[in-house]
Design a protein around this ligand. Sequence first.
Ligand code: ADP
Length: 651
Amino acid sequence: MSTEAVAMARQTMEFQAEVKQLLHIVINSLYTHKEIFLRELIANASDALDKLRVLALTDTAVLEDSPDLSIFIETDPANRILKISDNGIGMSYEEVLENIGTIAKSGSATFMQQAVNQEGANLDLIGRFGVGFYSAFMVAEKVTLLTRPPKSELGVRWESTGDGTYEIEEVEKKTRGTEVILQLKPTGPAADNHDEDFLNQYTIQKHIQKHCNFIAYPIRMNFVTEEPESDSSGLIVEGTKQISISERTLNSIQPIWMKNPKETEREQYVSFYRQHFHDWNEPAEILHTKSEGKVEFTALLFIPSQAPYGLYTGDPPKGPQLYCKHVLVVDDCRELLPDYLRFVRGIVDASDLPLNISRETLQHDAQMQVIKNHLEKKVLEKLKGMLADERTKYEAFWNELGKSIKGGLFMDYRNTEKLQDLLIFESSRSSEQKTTLQEYVDRMPEQQNSIYYTVGESRAAIERLPQLEVLREQNVEVLYFLDKVDEFLTQHLREYAGKKLQSVSRGDLDLKNDREVNTDEQYKELLQFMQETLKDKVKEVRLSKRLKSSPVCLVSSDSGYSLNMERLMAEANQPILRATRILEVNPNHGVIKALDKLLKNADSEARLSDCCQLLYDQAMLVENYKIEDPVKFANLLSSLIIEAYAGGGDK
Ligand code: ADP
């Protein structure tokens, strides 16, 4: 558009509905941490400079006549104007429409409103939702954006008061990059808050040093200083004032990852993390490592304390940034970490990579492979350390990101050894503390040969399962697999420390049992009858060793699909594969004895067959599975009640 001879005339446009909603929240609900708008605008400027620098690697013409990449802050206190400019990549007309008028991540406004409702506005929600530009409206009553991409004749002017519409037009702009001009809101009585005086140079300096110290480009500002004049002999002359203006660089610039870890405070890392990765939460772990072997590199990685936005919804966060000798060469370098560690944010600065390295080269580059293996190892060590030393923190991490670690087990069998020790599960032993597999094994009595687990939607649902009755009575610990993916995990992790992982709903349980198993003989005929009646539904009907007070339960065979997998596949609309069902019957339950009695009565065959159907459906219901024909189930049940209490016969 900008190459056309005629500039786009001024137009007034409506914000996308979601943006309106967002602006409304920003303007009306967020009133603390106002200074973060500075961090957000500077982060945008820094990103824009990064992008330009990457472009310049292959096309130096984009640098035009201003190769010194920097950010500039200007104030005009008399008019309450604050301006932040960069000579970065800028935006074309279409890009402004797309980036500033709309919001890519749908649902952000709703999430933000929910967060405001739940947690109040006393939080840096802007940082969490990645909608930085709009934070300007926390402090400004009008925002003007002037921007121009490199090698372009025309720039774009965008302006809005945040009220639902914005103006946009093409204009002349001499310099490359972006200027964000804020007409600050008039100060109210609360403005004696020095921290919110964004026209005060010391306030700005303080906020920049706190939030943007390690931005890789100089953030400059003209500083006005007043000093008394001195006479020719150097003595201060009382009552005089000399005003001088000098340009200052407000930030330290030296990349934080090049600092000595021993001389770097956690606070500095945290501030860098927040600023650079737009995550207001403190990271769970920080990993600063230098490798001086065959491949030289420095890495600064952060394990977040919350799953990054989009991690589990198909919009995964960016990979680490790859720098070469402090220059960003790849912004989203997924090749640096295995996919299952996608949640790790960070920076890798290598010494020997070509600056114009291509995607294809990255994938096959031997150095990259070395770095990747090294980083994976380091991250896993860090997690292992956290698990060992900071259990509460690890459990919190696990709740957010454990799923990813499990993903690592699915992706590659070679990871099993490394990852199995990081798994933690709920168990029957305690509702408070999770357990590792090793801890479970350490507690196992000598005669126990398997690690028992069961899959379910919640602790409560699991604890109602009939399959657990005898195990509970015998005090056998059972792991509770509550995550949907856990079922599939068992396909990859069949044993641990030589002990088989055994589902309580599969195969035969290797339990001590003081009951007479020879009751098999006693109920042989009944079992045969049931088997025949239910032959379309179950592979086998057998007496159970795991039931105590329930009459029946369903289990599946040791191999093949489990019932839960069948359900998960059905939910995921995968071709339905049926699990092999085995109906287990409790020989000590009154129902079985009653059925046996019916069996001995020649006239009751139809009734007995109804009861078998009912019991099967009951077993399905207890597990929260759908039954095939609920109407038939209900009718059978009604007729049984009538038979029992209304004198019988009336079906
Ligand atoms: P985010 O930075 O999280 O993507 P923002 O609302 O802060 O969200 O910015 C939206 C987009 O606008 C950015 O992704 C970027 O493409 C563009 N943008 C913002 N500020 C600048 C700038 N100073 N220079 C160039 N592009 C910018």
